[in-house]
Structures are given as structure tokens and as C-alpha cells.
Design a protein around this ligand. Structure first.
Ligand code: URA
Length: 227
């Protein structure tokens, strides 16, 4: 059995990784960035949030979710009694801003995913929340869109993963998007409070959907957490 390194050791390892990312030129996004947005928060968090990629504010400040989407994210966290630097770690699928906020390309996601994989391994959270299509599809290894994926907690690598909409979708979409996000964040609160237990003997929610079965099969894949 492998024992988990101490929080301070894992924090130090995250810093080493962040320093490596700061000089990364593995994809073309490096050319247009002001700052690499590696991630921030509590390195020993129960909850890790994975967004898509930095926008303009994040690129300027070098921190994830510091614009309007971040304000909404902070509000959703607050509603379940969490704060971003206290028991929460926030990262993104790609660490550099795609020009004009375009979608990250598969080659860019591929070039960046080892950083995310290491962040997940080092933080080792109880629950991962994926915001929007890019992070949800990447981590659950599915082509199914977020509208169908969300609304439940998936067992994922010895922990839970809760996919939900990206806050930007709530800011520009119908009120129901935000209401759905609140339902999903309540699931997160349930996991953290131990009301949803990994590998429970009884079914914990609805019958396993096809994606969960695929995710479980993928868990046995040699390739690791994803891709
Ligand atoms: N949107 C994201 O996906 N990530 C950020 O860091 C900011 C906005």
C-alpha cells in the first residue's frame, strides 16, 4: 500500500511542478500568454475544481477564476460553506489562455494534461468538480456533453467526480443553469460531509449510467487517470 506524502511535501511538489509549467513551451498557447495559470488553493483540499482554461483576467493575474465566472464560483462555494483557499484547490485543463478565449484544441489539451494529472495526484481530493464540457469529457473520457453528464456523482479513481456546467454558461444562460449548478454543488457538500460514500455496498444514487461504466472500465486502463 502506498502512503500519502505529508501536505507540506505535496505542496512543495506542486511548487516544483508550477515552476516547470511557468517555462513550458509544449504548445502554441505559450507564445500568446502573459502568465501561466497553473492553479491555486489548498494543496491538501477535499475538493478540486477543474475549469477549462484561463481568460483575460486570469492571464493577466496568473490565477484561475478571478473574473466574473470566478465570482460566481466563489458564491457557489460559499453556499456550501467553502472558500477557495480553504479546503479547495482550483486548476484548469489548459494552463495558458487560448487567444480570444477560443476553445482549447485537442493538441493543446494533450500537451497540458500531464500537469493536471499530477495536480490531481498530489492534491488527492475526495471530490473533483469539472466545470463544463472540456474538463468533464477529458476526465470522464466520454463524448457525452455536460447537459447529460451532470446531476450525479461518478465514482472516479477512488473518489467522486461531479460534473457541472461552467459558470460562464450560468452567466449567459437561463436561470435553470444556475439552479442546476446549485444542485450539483449540494452533491459536492454531501460527498465532503460523508453523506455519499465511495464504493458503498448499496447503490448511492440512480443506477449507474453508461458513462460511469465506461469510466470504471477506463480506470483499469494502463494509461492512468485520463488519456
Ligand atoms: N474559465 C475557466 O475555465 N478557467 C478560468 O480560470 C477562468 C475562466
Amino acid at each position: 500500500m502506498t502512503t500519502k506524502a505529508s501536505p507540506s511535501k505535496r505542496a512543495a511538489q506542486l511548487q516544483v511542478l508550477a515552476a516547470k509549467a511557468a517555462t513550458c513551451t509544449a504548445c502554441e498557447l505559450a507564445a500568446g500568454r502573459t502568465n501561466v495559470v497553473f492553479g491555486s488553493g489548498d494543496p491538501d483540499a477535499d475538493l478540486m475544481i477543474v475549469g477549462e482554461g484561463p481568460g483575460q483576467n486570469e492571464d493577466e493575474q496568473g490565477l484561475p477564476f478571478v473574473g466574473r465566472s470566478g465570482q460566481l464560483l466563489d458564491q457557489l462555494l460559499e453556499e456550501i460553506d467553502l472558500r477557495r483557499h480553504d479546503n479547495v484547490y482550483i486548476g484548469n485543463v489548459v494552463k495558458c489562455r487560448p487567444p480570444g478565449n477560443r476553445d482549447p484544441r485537442p493538441t493543446e489539451i494533450d500537451a497540458c494534461k500531464d500537469y493536471l494529472r499530477e495536480q490531481l495526484r498530489l492534491v488527492d481530493p475526495k471530490v473533483v468538480v469539472t466545470l463544463g464540457n472540456f474538463s468533464s469529457k477529458l476526465l470522464l473520457r466520454t463524448e457525452t456533453g455536460i447537459t447529460r453528464l451532470r446531476g450525479q456523482a461518478y465514482e472516479w479513481w477512488g473518489r467522486f467526480l461531479v460534473p457541472t456546467f461552467h459558470p460562464a454558461a450560468a452567466l449567459r444562460g437561463r436561470a435553470s443553469v444556475l439552479a442546476d449548478m446549485r444542485v450539483d454543488f449540494q452533491l459536492v457538500a454531501d460527498v465532503i460531509a460523508g453523506r455519499l460514500v465511495y464504493d458503498a455496498p448499496e447503490p448511492v444514487a440512480a443506477p449507474l449510467p453508461r458513462e460511469a461504466v465506461e469510466a470504471a472500465a477506463a480506470a483499469h486502463d494502463q494509461l492512468g487517470l485520463f488519456g
